[in-house]
Design a protein around this ligand. Structure first.
Ligand code: MN
Length: 357
């Protein structure tokens, strides 16, 4: 298991902020002290868990109160520490964040039988008057899913199912697609291990078979862009295992999934997005009905991008996803990226979006 140290966290935080580092260190020392008797199912000291949760949040450029709350998120639930003490040593915001996460944790322990998944999600959202509570809780679940191998078979099934029913939709609603994708792929692996294995093998084979073609295509497009004055960053992508599984359920065959292979094109502004699209259509034949302009018409979770599927080299279907670097941040972290950047404006937006109309 890859794990991080407190120094790794501190280094990462310094790289994107001028936060009060002594405060961060105090939160770490406090959590370490209170959790010192506890061990993870893996046998590691418990502090590894809050530390990793804080580290993942730091990679999303979370603010200092969120990071402190992440380090402290299990102390009130699992140890002698109290909310009043957390508030005294840190502040009211950290207290409220820890309180919210603790309430959510209690929910998924006790109320599961009486509540449908949708009601539970609604309840979670109503508890979270600060959207950061949801983000911390999602990352908490993500780290627990990454380390699920140490739990009993029964616990694995239970957690995997709960993740698919409750946390994946929550992650989708706030547009945290990177977290959503990882959560659903881990859950899938535990819930349907043999199907997961089959799909993974087919996907790995396809990767081997198409690697060269895609790299050549990337070079070719890059040189066309250069001639036309577009600076772009490329990334070759393969549809992930769980998304393939879902496509196969709706009568698709592995070979006909139109976005199995894609090239992500990141450019600096919207004008370059449309210019890039024009150049791609000039050089590759697009297929019908597979053009989506989410820049002109963003998804409800604020995702923006242009998608088009074309006949690539060797007649492989190839999807291009064209967006700006800013749109990419939102595509990965969703509204959370707005939250950490613009604070209160995002809070209003998130509340609206989380309203489960
Ligand atoms: Mn936790």
């Amino acid at each position: 298991m890859n794990t991080v140290s407190y120094n790794d966290l501190e280094k990462l935080v310094i790289s994107y902020s001028t936060f009060d580092i002594p405060k961060l260190r105090r939160a770490y020392e406090y959590a370490k002290k209170y959790h010192q008797e506890q061990k993870r199912a893996s046998g590691e000291p418990y502090i590894i868990h809050p530390l990793n949760v804080a580290y993942i949040l730091a990679s999303m450029h979370a603010d200092i109160d969120t990071l402190c709350a992440a380090l402290l998120h299990d102390v009130v639930e699992d140890t002698e520490s109290t909310l009043d003490d957390v508030e005294k040593r840190f502040n009211k915001t950290v207290r409220d964040l820890v309180d919210g996460v603790t309430k959510m944790t209690k929910l998924d322990l006790n109320n599961k039988k009486e509540l449908s998944a949708i009601n539970l999600r609604r309840l979670i959202v109503s508890l979270a008057d600060d959207p950061r509570i949801i983000i911390i809780k999602l990352v908490d679940r993500l780290h627990n899913m990454r380390t699920l191998e140490y739990k009993s078979l029964e616990k694995q099934q239970e957690k995997a199912l709960e993740t698919l029913e409750i946390y994946v939709p929550l992650a989708y609603y706030i547009g945290a697609s990177k977290i959503k994708d990882e959560l659903e792929n881990i859950a899938f692996k535990y819930l349907k291990p043999s199907l997961y294995g089959d799909i993974k093998k087919q996907r790995d084979d396809l990767k081997k078979e198409t690697k060269e073609i895609l790299e050549e295509t990337e070079k070719m497009v890059q040189s066309i862009f250069k001639k036309n004055g577009i600076k772009a960053k490329f990334e070759i992508r393969y549809k992930d295992n769980y998304s393939i599984y879902k496509k196969l359920l709706t009568n698709n065959k592995f070979e006909t999934i139109h976005d199995m292979l894609s090239i992500k094109v990141l450019v600096k502004n919207i004008r370059d997005c449309y210019l890039a699209l024009m150049l791609i259509h000039e050089n590759f034949t697009p297929i019908n009905n597979r053009f989506k302009d989410y820049i002109a018409k963003p998804k409800t979770n604020m995702y923006r991008s242009i998608h088009t599927t074309v006949f690539g080299a060797d007649n492989h279907l190839l999807q291009f996803q064209i967006r700006t670097f800013d749109m990419e941040r939102v595509a990965i972290f969703g509204l959370t990226s707005y939250w950490f950047k613009y604070k209160n404006n995002a809070k209003n937006y998130m509340k609206k979006d989380l309203d489960f109309r």
